[in-house]
Design a binder for this molecule. Structure first.
Ligand code: ZN
Ligand code: ZN
Length: 417
């Protein structure tokens, strides 16, 4: 029986996993119940696994709780291995949900946790990987190396993968290649799209709290007006890319939020400004990363204000072109030649970027609906579950075939740049 047939036989079970996870969404870095569920499934299958739990750095903890996430002392993920020896391919699934309220009555397995919902399809990713684990375990003795499974937290925070890397998931055994798929509800079911090279943008956010000196609007000379600072920052930040970046490059910079003040006759004490910047090339990212804080510093100081900045960053995802060339045929074996296409880079971001900066990686978009469906992050988004076994089969086929074709005398016979 081929891999797709086996995966299709497990269709009900994949659905069951997804529904359980969907009913019990958790957000952020700390996902105790979801991790327990994943570990219980792995335990039952006799798969070696461990909980990746650690304390969150105090600065990061404060930053995310200020950004509206629950206060999280710990992060939790799960890593498992099937097979043994070199080489090692890692399959990654995210487990975290979004702070979104799920509308009632859309599905009969809706979220039991108000204000939390799996609106990015990570429930499906986790379910497909659990099911892939089962199929891989059944053929463990035939594997030409190790398949490492990473169930990670905090993708929606933009840096959960980074925490897992710092925890050591790319070592022992060392990961030689990494693969992940992301469902897309408004892409034709079964269609896989990917971009060799830069696949998703790097995303930078600076939240700036500007501290001035409030007072009566008739006495501006005795005040430091934070709204003037906001205004000038808004203009200067928007000019930055147009004057300092090669026009052939792309920078999507948006000051998406400015707030402060209460009445025409009051100069407020403070104001807030949030700027987001998406870029597609390392040098451009680094330029903006250096210049945005400089512009903030100089503009605020020019008007005698003070400020605090909170910075969030997700690097671009780089789909290694050589790895893409190797893995694509294994996906075509599952979904057919006509269902794999190259697409342009997207301006969204994914923290798989952190993994792809460390080891050769590939992320693909996996269609599970059609163009009329609401997009990811929409509370009405839905997944046509008939495609989930295909996702499972893709994960299994990519891992087993890549291992078989990359091994010579128990060593990796491929090189990546
Ligand atoms: Zn998302
Ligand atoms: Zn996602």
């Amino acid at each position: 029986m081929d891999i797709l047939e086996k995966a299709l036989k497990n269709g009900r079970e994949i659905q069951k996993h997804r529904h359980t996870i969907h009913r019990n969404p958790e957000i952020g870095f700390y996902l105790p119940e979801t991790c327990d569920y994943v570990m219980k499934c792995l335990e039952e299958m006799g798969i070696e696994h461990k909980l990746c739990k650690g304390k969150i750095d105090e600065e990061i903890r404060a930053k995310f709780s200020k950004a509206g996430f629950p206060d999280m002392e710990y992060y939790t993920g799960v890593v498992a291995t099937i097979g043994k020896g070199k080489p090692c391919i890692m399959l990654r699934a995210e487990m975290d949900a979004l702070p979104v309220d799920e509308p009632r009555g859309v599905v009969n397995f809706s979220s039991k946790n108000p204000g939390k919902m799996h609106a990015c399809g990570h429930d499906a990713h986790t379910a497909m990987l659990i099911s892939a684990a089962k199929l891989l375990k059944n053929i463990e003795t035939e594997l030409n190396g190790t398949v490492k499974l990473l169930f990670q937290p905090g993708e929606e925070c933009g840096c959960g993968a980074d925490m897992m890397i710092r925890h050591g998931v790319l070592e022992e055994p060392h990961v030689d290649a990494a693969f992940s798929l992301h469902v897309v509800p408004n892409q034709r079911g079964g269609l896989i799209t990917y971009t060799p090279g830069t696949m998703t943008a790097a995303m930078e956010t600076f939240e700036v709290n500007i501290l001035g000196k409030g007072g009566h609007s008739s006495l501006p000379h005795l005040c430091i007006d934070p709204l003037v600072i906001c205004n000038q920052l808004y203009t200067t930040l928007n000019l930055l890319a147009t004057r300092e970046i090669d026009p052939r490059e792309t920078v999507a910079l948006t000051v998406g939020k400015i707030s402060g003040g209460s009445a025409a006759n009051i100069i407020p004490d403070s104001a807030k400004l949030s700027v987001g910047c998406r870029t597609f090339k390392k040098e451009v990212t680094e330029h903006m990363q250096r210049r945005i804080p400089e512009v903030i510093e100089h503009t605020v100081k020019m008007w005698k204000g003070k400020y605090e900045t909170t910075h969030f960053f997700t690097p671009l995802t780089y789909a290694n072109p050589k790895l893409c060339g190797e893995l694509i045929p294994y996906m075509k074996e599952v979904v057919g030649e006509e269902n794999v296409e190259i697409c342009p880079s997207v301006s969204g971001s994914d923290d798989f970027g952190y993994i792809s900066q460390q080891v050769p990686g590939m992320l693909v978009w996996f269609g599970t609906g059609d163009e009329t469906q609401p997009a990811l992050h929409n509370p009405n988004m839905q997944i046509d579950e008939k495609w989930l076994p295909y996702g499972t089969a893709i994960l299994v086929n990519v891992a087993t075939r890549w291992l078989a074709q990359s091994t010579k005398n128990g060593r990796l016979n491929r090189e990546y740049i």
